[in-house]
Design a protein around this ligand. Structure first.
Ligand code: URP
Ligand code: ZN
Ligand code: ZN
Length: 471
């Protein structure tokens, strides 16, 4: 066996969730073999002087090629979605294998593997979506899948095709407790939303901006509190995903202060978008459909609260919730080829490539530290989703998933320059400071000076997850 290093990254300013040091990084067989000074020449050399070396990002919440109802189709599959992830500094993604009501979870997982194989360029794990917790699913399928490395699953308190009753939520949480898995909760009150929606639509208030009015903060607050109550009753940790603002944050902080293990996630849309991006008052145009997601973006005060909660430790993870629907597409936001009433617009915004730069920009603005950035975007998601220490850090033995950042580079985000297959970005025109200029996955350089090097589709590996680590 050759002892030569395959790659040496010289003079790297390495930043992990807890440490910062300058050294050379030696890579062999896809893993970090040595961290030190004056390493011997490697087969490939990279000078990182002036750049930051961060662990590759782990995006613990994104949707790729997820089967959809009602003629909708996601624009990104595993190839285009992971290509975009890599170009944004993310080397591991965890999308969702979604059970259909009446269908089996095992079938959903098998189907999802078929969609990923031969397509992914980044490494990937799967969360499950449990939409139909039958006695068979609860007793056999779910425990067996957890054993096989699917240790996290999402449940919905809204959306007719996905939502669980309170009783079903308790059953699923109990399976998580018995089998040491993590439940991710989409917390919005379904009945309140359908009641408000019927009223708005009945009054002819159907343009995209009314989406926000159909899902006010109280609807998210109530469901967040209810989910916390379920977790307390079952005595199991949960993760509340895509938290949009201060009302839900207050519930989470309250639970955390009582010693409950309530974890939380937020996403770029709650830092950079507001309800006005879905349309100003009196504006009945359709462009706002681009920013329709759930929970909806709120107002600047809520954005500020989310930034504060990120710095203050309320959130464990920062994910994209990349939900890639084209705007001008009969399978996307213009479903069936035309403007839709807000309640028929596919929900979600793209963001797998812009997630990291948008948060990184907050460092220069004093919103969070570099260590917090790594913790929220790589270290904690790797731990929570059972991938640490292979992913989420720069350490001997870890996969050589390394992103080299130019912390000074200023970039104006434009969709033309992105690598997803979506025909817009909600962040068009926003200027950020800091950009991931080079990206390595298992020691293979996939992005050089911002240029995607077109690695072979299918190089991405499936990562069976271990048990969740909550801290
Ligand atoms: O609007 C959103 N968030 N769409 C994606 C699906 C989900 O609920 O995460
Ligand atoms: Zn959700
Ligand atoms: Zn989502």
């Amino acid at each position: 066996m050759s002892t030569e290093l395959d790659l040496v990254i010289r003079n790297a300013d390495v930043v992990t969730a807890s440490d910062r040091f300058t050294c050379d990084i030696g890579v062999r067989d896809g893993r970090i073999a040595v961290l030190g000074h004056g390493l011997p020449r490697g087969a490939r050399e990279m000078d990182a002087t002036g750049l930051l070396a961060l662990p590759g990002g782990v995006d613990g919440h994104c949707h790729l090629d997820q089967p959809m109802p009602d003629g909708m189709r996601m624009a990104d599959d595993f190839f285009t979605g992971t290509r975009a992830a890599i170009c944004g500094g993310t080397t591991t993604v965890i999308p969702f294998a979604a059970q259909e009501k009446g269908g089996s979870l095992e079938a959903a997982v098998a189907d999802y593997h078929r969609r990923a194989e031969g397509r992914a360029v980044a490494d990937y794990g799967f969360h499950l979506i449990v939409a139909d917790p039958t006695p068979h699913v609860l007793k056999y399928e779910l425990p067996e899948l957890i054993r096989q490395g699917y240790t996290s699953f999402k449940v919905y308190m809204t959306y007719d095709d996905l939502k669980l009753s309170d009783r079903e939520m308790l059953d699923v949480l109990d399976v998580a407790k018995q089998n040491n898995a993590l439940v991710m909760v989409h917390a919005e009150n379904a009945d309140c939303i359908s009641w408000l929606t019927e009223k708005l639509v009945g009054e002819g208030r159907i343009s995209p901006r009314f989406h926000g009015l159909s899902r006010p903060a109280a609807v998210e607050r109530e469901a967040t509190h209810r989910a916390i109550t379920f977790a307390e009753l079952v005595d199991v940790p949960i993760l509340i995903v895509h938290v949009s603002g201060k009302e839900a944050i207050e519930q989470i902080r309250w639970a955390q202060s009582r010693g409950l293990q309530i974890l939380a996630e937020t996403c770029p849309q709650y830092l950079y978008l507001t309800a006005e991006d879905m349309g100003l008052q009196g504006d009945d145009g359709y462009e706002g459909a681009k920013c329709v997601c759930s929970p909806p973006p709120r107002d600047p005060e809520n954005q500020a609260a989310v930034w504060r909660a990120l710095a203050g430790g309320v959130f464990s993870v920062f994910s994209s919730d990349h939900a890639p629907f084209n705007y001008d597409d009969p399978e996307g936001k213009k479903l069936g080829g035309q403007a839709q009433p807000f309640d028929h617009i596919p929900n979600g915004v793209p963001g797998i490539e812009t997630r990291l730069p948008l948060l990184f920009d907050g460092i220069a603005r004093g919103k969070l530290s570099l260590h917090q950035f790594v913790e929220l975007t790589s270290y904690r998601p790797a731990r929570l989703y059972g991938l640490y220490p292979r992913k989420g850090t720069i350490a001997v033995g870890a996969d050589a998933d390394i992103t080299l950042w130019d912390p000074e580079r200023r970039v104006r985000i434009t969709n033309d320059a992105l690598h997803h297959a979506v025909d817009y970005t909600p962040y068009e025109g926003i200027e950020v400071t800091g950009w991931p200029v080079h990206c390595f996955s298992r020691g293979e350089m996939l992005v050089e000076n911002g240029k995607y090097l077109e690695p072979a589709p299918g190089r991405g590996q499936f990562l069976p997850a271990g048990a969740p680590s909550l801290v």
